[in-house]
Structures are given as C-alpha cells and as structure tokens.
Design a protein around this ligand. Sequence first.
Ligand code: ADP
Ligand code: ASP
Ligand code: MG
Length: 481
Amino acid sequence: MSEVHGVGEARTGLVVMKFGGTSLEDAKAMLRTVSIVRGRREKGLSSIVVVSAMAKVTDQLLAAATAAGRGDKAGALAIAARLRNRHIETAADLLCGEFFAAIEREIRARFDSLDDLLRGIAAVGELTPRTGDKVVSYGERISSQMVAAAFAQHELNGVHVDARKCIVTDDHYGKAAPQEDAIERKLNELVLPLVEAGYTPVMGGFIGATVDGITTTLGRGGSDFTAALVGGGLHAGAIEIWTDVNGIMTTDPRICPDALRVKTISFEEAAELAYFGAKVLHPATILPAVQKSIPVWVLNSRNPENEGTKITAMAPPCASPFKSIAAKKRLTIIDVVASRMLMSHGYLKAVFDVFDKYHCAIDMVSTSEVSISVTVDSNQRLPEICAELGKIADVKLEGHKALICMVGEDIRGRSGISSRVFSAIRHINVRMISQGASEINMSFMIEESDVEEAVRSLHAEFFVDPDPTVFDAETGVVAKA
Ligand code: ADP
Ligand code: ASP
Ligand code: MG
C-alpha cells in the first residue's frame, strides 16, 4: 500500500491512520504501530494518528460505570484498579526512562480522577448517559497519551492532542453527532500547524465534546468515524483503518475462516455492509470521506505488507454478484396491524412519526394489505414505542431476529440470483425479504440462532470452491460463476 491519491484540493502528502483496539492490545502491538507510522514517514508522508482504547477497555469501563450506577462501589473500583495496572504494565513494557516516568504519573492521575468519578456515581446510585460518556472516555484519553509517548521515544515526533478540543459534537450522549464545520476549524487551528511543524499528532478516537466542553462519545466503534472526520476536515490524501484482519472480507472471518479479502469496494457498498452489521467499519465512517472523495483503506496491523481493501467512489466489476455478506443480530420485528385504516391518508405518517419521535432507526419495512412490519434494534425504546403505536393499531413484537445482508453492485440486472440465495438457505426459515432500492443489497430476516448456519451456507454457495476461470484479479474475490 504505497498509493496516496490526491483529489481536488486534497493534501496528498497527509494520511490519517486509525489503529483500533485490536491493534493496541499490548506493548508489542503498540510497537507495531510505531513501525507502520515510520514506514509512512519514510515514504515522505505526514501522518495524523487516531487511536482507540486498548482492546476490551471500553467494555470494562462500561462495566465499571454500570456497577457504580447500581451502587456497587467496590465492584466498580475493582475494575478500575485492574485497568490501572494493565495500563501501567503496558507503559512499562513500551517506554523507558523519563518517557515512562511522565506517562506513569499521567496514568495514575487519570485513574485517580476516574476513581473519584466512580465513587460519585455510586454515591448517587444513578448513571446518566452524560456521566457514562465521561467514564468511557478514559480509555481513549489514556491510550492516545501512551501512543504519543511511544512515537516521541521512537523519533517520530509524537505529540498528544486532546480529541475533545477538536471533535465538536451535539449533546446526544452515547451517540453524539459531530459538527463538521466547527471540527474543520478546530483541526486547522490546532492540528494542522503541528503537522506542518513535522510532528505526528496522536489523538483518541470515539470521544468529543460539546461547545461547552462536556465530554461526549460518537457511539461504539466510533474511532473509525473520528478518523474520517479528521481526514475529511483536513482534506487528507487517504484514510487508513488499521485493524486485525486483511481488509474487508467476503464475510466475518470469525464465522467463516475461509473468507476472502475484497480488494476494492465502493463507498456505497462499504456503507451498506457497515450499516448492516460488518463490525470492521463504523457505519458513519464513509460519509465524511465520500464528501471529499478521499479513498479509505482497511489494513491489517499484524500483516502490514498486505494490500488490504481500498474503498473508492466507483467499484470495479466483480466476478461474483456479491462482494460480501453481513449479519446484524439483536433485532426485533414490530407488526403494526390495522385492518381498515392502512391505506387511509396520513396513517403511514402517523406510524413512522412514532419511530421518529424516539429516534429509532428502522432497518427494513414490508407491508401487506393490513399490516406494516418494521425491524428495529432491540435495545431501542421499544416499550414506549409500542405503547404509542398501540393507540392507533394492534402491535405485535417478535424478538431475537437477525438480518442477513448480501451486498454487491452486480446484483443489478442479474437474473436467477434470488433463487440461488434462497436455495442455499432452503433449510432456514426466512421471515421478511427486501431488495434495497439502491439495488446493491439483498436482505432478509431470520432467527438469530440461524445466523452462523445461514452465513456459512451462503458463503459456500458464492465464494468457496471457486472455478479458477472466474478469479477476479481486480476485486480479489474468487467466486463461483
Ligand atoms: P478494531 O478494534 O480494529 O476497530 P473491530 O473488532 O471493530 O476492530 O473490527 C474488526 C473485526 O470485524 C474483525 O476482527 C472481524 O471479526 C469483524 N468483521 C465482521 N465482518 C467483517 C468483514 N466483512 N470483513 C472483515 N472483518 C469483519
Ligand atoms: N473504544 C471504542 C469502542 O470500543 C471505540 C472504538 O474502538 O472504535 O467502541
Ligand atoms: Mg472497530
């Protein structure tokens, strides 16, 4: 991966590199980021580095916050103590001399204030979304200081930037919306001068702050989004998402170890995959990059020589109708049944207004003569939504559902695709079907317990045991005819 393209006013010599928690699990992994960033510098590129919390830290901070919220002070502080030790031990393996001494002081000071915060939450016995964001922000705040120190020690001129000074958001705690104009101004004011002076700025992903300086987060997996906001805001030449797999694969390699790397995929296809459950990218990542036509690469920090996946405006044709299969679990189907009113003026609006009111995103919709079925994330505010829908119709819920989403430009105009898909999973009960208006996805709902089986069957049908004559050199997908 040496290519960095410039488009329009892009800063072709600037690359935003994001390292996920899986690339920062210990000192050894952090040292790999040092050599990857050094590689970019040796090619004459400047980097801005965005990092996640160390692997699993966000989950543990959330567990500490939840324990404190139910008044379990001892449980919360015990989790924080384990995290404190892990960070100090990692810093000791990573850094030496004054670099270590300075970071150790920082880590202790941060964890002292985290302990105070957890004690406060436990005393009140209530966790608000706002304090929850404050607690989880510690993961990225500390990891970014450690990585910046490692870059400083290894002559990469690492300098820490507090992401909360640049990533301005609204106050929708837990899933704050970035304010892109303000972010662009802050990045130009605070980060660009550092790059121009030869530093490597390192900032935490996932976290931001309101205009009043209150800490917020962008939603789980949000460091990818930060990288795209920084890349978009500064018109970088490329955005690199460094993770623990060789790129975007034909499906989650944890479900199918024989998944293949997709060489090139369009913004549209990648966005669809991310939205429908492919954890490899945060769903919002693509937008800031698309707006500025900045190519995004997904790369493997454990195998940096691999070319990875390139996400660009146009996808080249592919031998397979599909490029990848995603699955989204923990969905609920809501059937809204109203015998005579369905087609009456204003009825559909009344139904969808309820979902809008509770900020509840709908993944799939299907209608019949008398009912509307929609699928939503199970952790949404379902009881309130159903109570309100109940005023205008009969409402029925079915939980533990999952959505399988098959994505590819080549579904367009290919006949016989549906019959291949549904005969591959003929032994599985399919509840709702939709072929996206964009014509680049085909999705259907199944039981959550059938996901692995369905994905393996579909993957075997479309990607395994390929005919060598249809190897697709450009997309890298080896597919059956
Ligand atoms: P990071 O810590 O780098 O952000 P994530 O765990 O968020 O990493 O995302 C990487 C994981 O996404 C991979 O380990 C893989 O199991 C999962 N994944 C799901 N679908 C796909 C896919 N289509 N291609 C690649 N990885 C996928
Ligand atoms: N650390 C955050 C999370 O685990 C953000 C990220 O990793 O992208 O969700
Ligand atoms: Mg991630």
